[in-house]
Design a protein around this ligand. Structure first.
Ligand code: UDP
Length: 235
């Protein structure tokens, strides 16, 4: 199968790594995700990953805490997830580098845009950790920012639900599924695709977002080969 894209960002939420437990890191779940990422890479696609941290800590969990401190804790959580992904991919023989937006050079490379692009050109997977490095942002916004910086054509947003709906399909059996949406629709309707900062950044830079479910890890390869699953958000 021929891939539809040359360079992509895969956004993995922290939750995606947690398996059924809903928190922490489930090695079997990570293994499955990494196997399909490896398969996707073998199609010849350049892949960068932005990983979240919600399976460990989110800034908004820190009730009563200083918000910036709680957000830094969230950013550190993404580093833990990034190292787990790096380890699983390396065990499968995949070349991978973690770059962090908060410098911790004993643990990973600092984020250097041109170096990240060089890794991708050499066929390595790059995992972006620590979000943007700034409190008050999210890893969704990080995915949009890094996609713009490295000139990725699409953000693959792998979620627990299989697409974008007008209401929660787990609660409302009549929830309407969208196959295609514009950025402005997402913002106006307040749909939970990504937060509004991330959507705006994608809109301003014409970065397509492909939302699909990770219940079938093969979906990553399917989307890369142009199969119409889930929801596409674009102009
Ligand atoms: N975070 C931040 N700045 C960033 C990215 C993330 O402060 O640029 C913090 C924020 O507290 C967030 C947490 O890190 O709640 C974990 O990221 P996120 O909630 O996006 O993870 P996900 O929901 O994708 O698992």
């Amino acid at each position: 199968m021929l891939p539809k894209y040359k360079r992509v960002i895969i956004k993995l939420s922290g939750e995606a790594l947690a398996g059924d437990a809903g928190f922490g890191i489930d090695p079997a779940t990570i293994q499955n995700i990494c196997l399909s990422i490896k398969e996707a890479k073998n199609l010849g696609v350049e892949i960068a990953i932005v990983v979240g941290g919600g399976n460990i800590w989110r800034g908004r969990n820190g009730e009563g805490m200083d918000r910036a401190t709680a957000d830094y804790m969230g950013m550190l959580a993404t580093v833990i997830n990034a190292l787990a992904l790096q380890d699983a991919l390396e065990n499968m023989g995949v070349d991978v580098r973690v770059q962090t937006a908060i410098e911790m050079k004993e643990v990973a490379e600092p984020y250097i845009r041109r170096r990240a692009i060089r890794h991708l050109e050499k066929g390595r997977i790059v995992i972006f950790a620590s979000g943007t490095g700034n409190p008050y942002f999210s890893t969704d916004t990080t995915a949009a920012l890094r996609a713009a910086e490295i000139d990725a054509e699409v953000i693959l947003s792998a979620k627990k639900v299989d697409a974008v709906y007008d209401s929660d399909p787990n609660i409302n059996p009549d929830a309407k599924k969208f196959t295609k949406l514009s950025y402005i629709d997402v913002l106006n309707k307040g749909l939970k695709v990504m937060d509004s900062t991330a959507i705006s950044l994608c809109m301003d830079n014409s970065i397509r977002i492909s939302v699909f479910g990770l219940h079938d890890p093969n979906n990553i390869v399917k989307v890369l080969c142009g199969e119409n699953i889930g929801t596409i958000v674009e102009e």
